[in-house]
Design a protein. Sequence first.
Length: 424
Amino acid sequence: MFKKLWLKILQSRAVRNTLMFLAVMGPGIITANVDNDAGGIATYSLAGAHFGYTLIWSLFPITIALIIVQEMCARMAVATGKGLADLIRENYGVKITFYLMCVLFVVNFGNVLAEFAGIAASMEIFGISRYFSVPISAFLVWLLVVKGTYKLVERVFLFACLFYVAYVISGFLAKPDWNQVYHETIHPDIKWTLPYIMMLVGLVGTTIAPWMQFYLQSSIVEKGLTKEEYKHLKLDVVSGCIIAPVVAFFIVVACAATIFQAGVPVESAKDAAVALKPLAGAYASYLFAFGLFVASIFAASILPLSTAYSICEGLGWDAGVDKRFEEAPQFFSLYGGMIIMGAGLVLVPNFPLLGMMYLSQVGNGVLLPIILIFMLKLINNKEVMGDFCNTRLLNWITAITMVIVVGLTLMMVYFMIVSPQAVM
């Protein structure tokens, strides 16, 4: 009797859908969560510390834009079985792709530097020298991808996503006024000042980054997901695009409820973690610092991987975590090279880290609109997408989203060029 009941449960549609979702889960959740890296945490921390709750409203339209962009990438992956760089090369030529990959490398390398700087800063809060934490972290990151399989790497990355709960706990430990949070979210007090607009643009830029589109599509292709699994993959993508802004929400809330209220000046995520200690208690401070460490080491694994995927696809070289070094030497050399250079430069005294990070942010701003235009053209190409093209309604929604994202991104680039000292 129990055996028949158990078999009936296993054969139910709900159970089958759940098992199918668990089988495809990974690319969407991982990609969106990695975007909460050292640079992202710094941006969200400063948004809360400098502007209180007044920017929380922006996380809602940003979430919608993120879902739209990431869903298009997922759809292109299952419809074509190819990465984004591969599709751009095939449809628009090697020359254009080569220049895109050059900009992407510079942008991503600046971000890799930021991740290792985040590892150093977070561990120094616990009294651990960067000359110990950075080399050890770099070696572990390299070992995981070079010696592991795609399935193992994905499982480790999914497990790392769980540690972002540290920011949720920190948000509650900060004891915010939830009525005020609700009021300023629903009835935002938008300030038409240069610092406020720059921070708003920064929130968009740090949430929707060019590397995400390349990595998501490449990881779906390497996992071997097909059109038949698209429904469950879409749920994975949307889930990730919701979870990541929720984490961002609690980072903003934690800093707004404590640092902003106390008027403590902060300039980085490390400053925010240290400032939380006397304001919200040691637990909140250490959880914040621990979250910064996990986010940094997580992104220090993904960003070089995304870059290696993109460049190898764009130039027609073999790529994949499951391949041996002999099968994909360029892929593993690029991955290892970015980790060695990124970790090494962070340890160099007086290295112009802020300058490199600034350059990467400008590169993000220049590259993102171009990537979005390529994506919209590709996803409406019947020869490429078949029945997976955008509908007219989705095209309108996507076009409006792109105009807003591109407009804000170009504003960010403009502010960085005319007033770089304000950004740095």
